[in-house]
Design a protein around this ligand. Structure first.
Ligand code: SAH
Ligand code: SF4
Length: 394
């Protein structure tokens, strides 16, 4: 791309079916899968049973090849292989941090790349997945927000991130092995990678429904956390249509500061956001909301902020997750001092809220919150620059 080509901020969507290519079954809802099979020639009377069988092969067994679906006739398998594919994003690279964190760079249609991070802990393994390439929002402390190119991920690309991680963690049961026999290394999902999940609502919903389906990946809705910057009109809908746990990027206690940090606040300010959050636990039948709060030196980290925060959220069942700011090159903020973070945590804790300080994980491989994609983007930019300088074209 020439350096002066304007880059659009519009979100692109890509059709599931490329002009002459086969249809990808990954990411279709059960109904969608059934419809696709019927459109592909499966007799309607058989469609329900075939949907169940194929669904289990894909999401319970991790099979990618129709030929391995041994409870289907050979002729039917061949028909399926002509019309459909079972495609997940391609893993381009995999890095493992000294602390066991794994970062995958995956390539999706159009050549875009997305990062996926697996964080092992004593009692769980959490996969941090992305919902968009880049983000249309421009939170001033977030590196993803500085990326210009944005496209929504398809449901297949979202659930596909979970599937490639399960491949790497060797989590699919072997033939003959029951689906619940292996200890779960990937036990939790957080939608905290790149993008604003509530701006890609349908695809995120469909992907999470697939991840929760009891005949497949089978993750409980309580083990899935969607993080939003505060897209107020979609919060109730998320409770009703997804029903997972909710985290909110709160980050400030006055509209004046939040307008600067999380500009979506200008559209839906703190009071409106809190109203929507108050209703969430009941609507979704989940216990509490996680308030994410990034600790920025001298910006939002005073004792007065801590006191205002607990006042604001009074009455909402909540946990406050304090995130030490992860710096990136050129970032306009600094991480709060450790003693300041602890003093802030103490006030919140004494007010009766759990206030864990999130330990940055995978820092040596740039896998921490808000750093995703940055290294790749930088690398690509410099390659483009080199190409421009040497006249070889990018
Ligand atoms: N777009 C969604 C989810 C992705 S961001 C959202 O904003 O909620 C996941 C979390 O990381 C958010 O709370 C976000 O505010 C935070 N974050 C972004 N950049 C960060 C950085 N540089 N350091 C620490 N946390 C950051
Ligand atoms: Fe987008 Fe979330 Fe980053 Fe804000 S913090 S720019 S909403 S990814």
């Amino acid at each position: 791309m020439a350096a002066d080509t304007p880059i659009t901020q519009d979100v692109m969507t890509i059709p599931r079916k490329l002009p002459e290519g086969p249809v990808n079954l990954v990411g279709l809802t059960r109904d969608g899968l059934r419809d696709a099979l019927i459109a592909g020639g499966t007799p309607e009377k058989q469609a329900k049973m075939r949907t169940g069988q194929i669904w289990q092969w894909i999401y319970q067994r991790g099979v990618r090849d129709f030929d391995a679906m041994t409870n289907l006739s050979k002729a039917y398998r061949a028909e399926l292989a002509e019309r459909f594919v079972i495609q997940v994003p391609e893993v381009v690279s995999r890095q493992v941090s000294a602390d066991g964190t794994r970062k995958y760079l995956v390539r999706i249609a159009g050549g875009h790349e997305v990062e996926v991070v697996y964080i092992p802990e004593e009692d769980r393994g959490t996969l941090c997945i992305s919902s968009q390439v880049g983000c249309t929002l421009t939170c001033s402390f977030c590196h993803t927000g500085t990326q210009k190119l944005v496209r929504n991920l398809t449901a297949g690309e979202i659930v596909g991130q979970i599937m490639v991680a399960r491949d790497d963690l060797d989590e699919w049961p072997e033939p003959g092995e029951g689906s619940g026999e292996r200890p779960r290394r990937l036990s939790n999902i957080v939608l905290m990678g790149m993008g604003e999940p509530l701006y890609n609502f349908e695809n995120v919903r469909d992907a999470m429904k697939i991840a929760m389906d009891g005949e497949g990946i089978s993750l409980s809705r309580r083990r899935i956390t969607l993080s939003t910057s505060g897209v107020v009109p979609e919060i109730a809908r998320a409770a009703e249509e997804i029903g997972c746990m909710l985290a909110v990027s709160f980050h400030a206690t006055t509209d004046e500061v939040r307008d600067k940090l999380v500009p979506i606040n200008k559209r839906w300010p703190i009071a409106e956001l809190l109203e929507a959050l108050k209703a969430y636990p009941k609507l979704s039948n989940s216990e509490r909301i996680t308030f994410e709060y990034v600790m920025l030196k001298d910006i939002n980290d005073s004792d007065a902020d801590a006191r205002r925060l607990v006042k604001l959220i009074a009455g909402i069942p909540a946990k406050i997750n304090l995130i030490p700011f992860n710096e990136w090159p050129g970032a306009p903020y600094q991480r709060s001092d450790w003693s300041r973070i602890e003093a802030f945590a103490d006030i919140v804790y004494k007010a009766g809220y759990a206030a864990p300080i999130r330990t940055p994980r995978g820092e040596d491989i740039m896998a921490a919150c808000g750093q995703l994609k940055s290294a790749t983007e930088r690398a690509r930019k410099s390659r483009a620059q080199i190409a421009a300088e040497t006249g070889t074209g990018a």
